[in-house]
Design a protein around this ligand. Sequence first.
Ligand code: UD1
Length: 398
Amino acid sequence: MSNQSSMKTPGNDLGPVICVVGARPNFMKMAPILRAMAAHVPPLPVLLVHTGQHYDKDMSDRLFEDLRLPRPDVNLEVGSGTHAIQTAEVMRRFEPIVDTYKPSCVAVVGDVNSTLACSLVAVKKGVPVVHIEAGLRSYDRAMPEEINRILTDQISDRLYTTERTAEENLRLEGIPSSRVCFAGNVMIDSVVFGRSNARSAAETLKVCNADASVLSHPLGYGVVTLHRPSNVDHPETLRALLGVLGEVAARLPLVFALHPRTRSNIERFGLMDLIDPTRMVLLPPQGYLEMLGLMSGATVVLTDSGGLQEETTALGVPCLTLRENTERPITVEQGTNILVGRDRQAILGAVQEILAGNGKRGRVPEFWDGHAAERIAADLYQWLMSGKPQAALKSSTP
Ligand code: UD1
């Protein structure tokens, strides 16, 4: 799919939809949207911008390959920094892109710093903002993502939601329902798309030169990911969490895919000794198809990621979320997710139940059916052609 070549479609004088990706969890959301926009009749003209918030091969390039994302038309190469530096740098570098390409709208996904930064640039230039995965709330403002979610939604002109509670959250914040469209979960479009090509856990461990004997345990294996600053940035918190994970690993071997932030903190705080390599295999950040394979075959997933809470619900795999809250409550109400926080008893008790065969079964929520991106492309086209974007920009009332 060539983005720039589809920018001028005969009989279609829409400026391009600038689609923004920045960090790992954006890629699996944007890939199905780009496919759906290309398949729409007529195709929606697209310009793909990567802010470069995530830049490692493991955090970015590999996911592009796995998800068959086209190469970005523009890479802003912002890299890491404090929140202020990263957000400001995205804004500074994104502004001339908006000036040059005169988009019909800017489409952002999720809740990372790039999401908010590009939305702010667009709205101040009079360009409509489209937010995909709108309305999720943890009601925990200590999470940087919560701030990004609230602010992005406030300045968005078209908001696509993944679950019904999101509509209510937006209503409570005064966002008119006429701007909101319940389209379903694009993250699950990627699960449906990638599932048949998922790599087996055995292959993944072999490629990483890791000890594959953990996979032959009679109870199976667990998968761990951790990267939230609240879990990994403080030595005592991280030490306690690794201690509990060690206790879990004594019963069920664990495969731990390490985010760069987490690896560097484990090393910096001198906590590597807490990890028994015969029970807990450490891997670098994994590609999308590797993670799908690891999760699909797991007895349980222990995580603080938002995306994994949703993917495990779609896959029917029990998930223990190592946070006090979730912005994705449907995964708890209908799916396989349990919030266990960092509470040792809660974590060990929940693992015990799962190993006893009493793990949560759950069901797949409404519109988590692999077709969310098609619904978004169809609605977005209608919306762009209707003249409503300009009306929305001029007014903050319904
Ligand atoms: C970001 C998102 C978070 C998302 C997560 C997924 C925000 C506020 N946070 O957090 O919502 O769940 O991505 O991974 O946007 N680093 C590398 N290589 C990279 C990228 C980062 O080594 O390619 C290291 C750097 O040391 C960097 C640190 O990871 O300082 C954190 O990266 P950053 O993008 O600031 O936030 P994440 O923790 O990845």
